[in-house]
Design a binder for this molecule. Structure first.
Ligand code: HPA
Ligand code: ZN
Length: 342
């Protein structure tokens, strides 16, 4: 590594940032998978950690989802979810992260017989512990699996009722193509009536039309991914005018073949167009890196400048569901840091 590269890495890892697109089940490292598997006496379909890592070759989103849902089967107790969350927050802190809005997929767990409360209480304990022990703030977003039907999603929203004061919002994830946002218009309306924020994965593999639907039918506050919005000039104009946040995930895009090379990643173009892009890790244990690694990969391979990195870090606070005061404090921390480096 050259001295310049070293300095770039120091800059990136110290840059204050928030993470807005992180599936907590996707932070399950193979080592932890074995540890939880052992303590919960779950049979593992892999001989060892190396065999697990070797299986992480994906040609599309579905390839990944199949293995990701399988991995989540080792999570059985509140302690597992608390430990999973704490391990993630420690990694976030090592990458300069101050705050995160984390997704979880309740149906992945309730469909295999765990009560809704196991994942929810475990994650909320991990979040409380991260706040007191690490000084890291966080909010929880529950995602609905779009390959399942509307009834299952409504049943999940009902199970979440006792937790709605501790859940910031709802999201929509899993297999995108064939499961357009319109399938969940009534669900998202019900979520909005309950005062929840709304986000949805759209335009990762699905067409620009799905991004329009997320905006018009789901009334989302953010778009997760949004890469394919760049195919539609009218949509770009709408997203720029509304200053809609896009939670983009470079290493995920590479691993799931949404982009073929980080040298052609759309983030530089998004920034040029005036889109409010942010950098996130999505499922870091599966895609080869946490949030800092995503910033660094962009900086090294996509021609993103220091100024762009600062803009992306500021966007992560501006695009968050933090209070106005906390957004200003986060953005100010980014400016102070950047000034101290120049
Ligand atoms: N897309 C859709 N569903 C997901 C993803 C993703 O990138 N990660 C975890 N669930
Ligand atoms: Zn995602």
């Amino acid at each position: 590594m050259t001295e310049n590269q070293d300095e770039l890495e120091r800059f990136v890892r110290g840059l204050p940032k928030a993470e807005l697109h992180l599936h907590i089940e996707g932070s399950l490292e193979p080592e932890q998978m074995f540890e939880f598997g052992r303590r919960n006496k779950v049979d593992m379909p892999f001989a060892n950690v190396e065999a697990v890592r070797a299986a992480y070759e994906f040609s599309n989103l579905q390839d990944f989802l199949d293995i990701y849902y399988q991995g989540a089967a080792v999570l059985r107790t509140e302690q597992d979810f608390e430990d999973l969350a704490m391990a993630y927050f420690r990694r976030l802190q090592a990458d300069g992260g101050l705050y995160a809005e984390i997704f979880f997929d309740p149906q992945t767990h309730t469909d295999r017989g765990l009560p809704f409360s196991v994942a929810a209480d475990g994650l909320l304990s991990g979040m409380a512990k991260a706040a007191t022990e690490l000084g890291i703030g966080s909010k929880l977003i529950m995602c609905f699996l779009r390959h399942l039907d509307e009834d299952s999603a409504f049943a999940t929203l009902k199970q979440a009722e006792p937790y709605l004061d501790r859940i910031a919002g709802v999201g929509l994830d899993s297999s995108e193509v064939g499961h357009p946002p319109s399938k969940f218009a009534r669900l998202f309306e019900a979520a909005g009536e309950r005062g929840l924020k709304r986000v949805a994965h759209a335009g990762e593999e699905g067409p620009p039309e799905y991004v329009w639907e997320a905006l018009d039918l789901l009334k989302v506050d953010r778009i997760d991914h949004g890469n394919r919005a760049l195919e539609d000039p009218r949509l770009i104009e709408r997203l720029v005018n509304e200053q809609m946040t896009l939670t983009v995930c470079p290493l995920s895009n590479l691993k799931l073949c949404v982009v073929d090379d980080l040298a052609r990643h759309p983030i530089p173009r998004m920034l040029e167009l005036g889109l409010r892009a942010t950098v996130n890790s999505d499922d870091p244990a599966y895609f080869g890196g946490y949030v800092g690694d995503n910033y660094l990969a962009l900086a090294r391979q996509s021609g993103v400048s220091r100024e762009d990195l600062v803009k992306l870090a500021k966007n992560s606070f501006v695009g968050s569901f933090l209070s106005d005061g906390d957004v200003i404090r986060g953005a100010h921390a980014v400016d102070l840091y950047a000034d101290s480096f120049s």
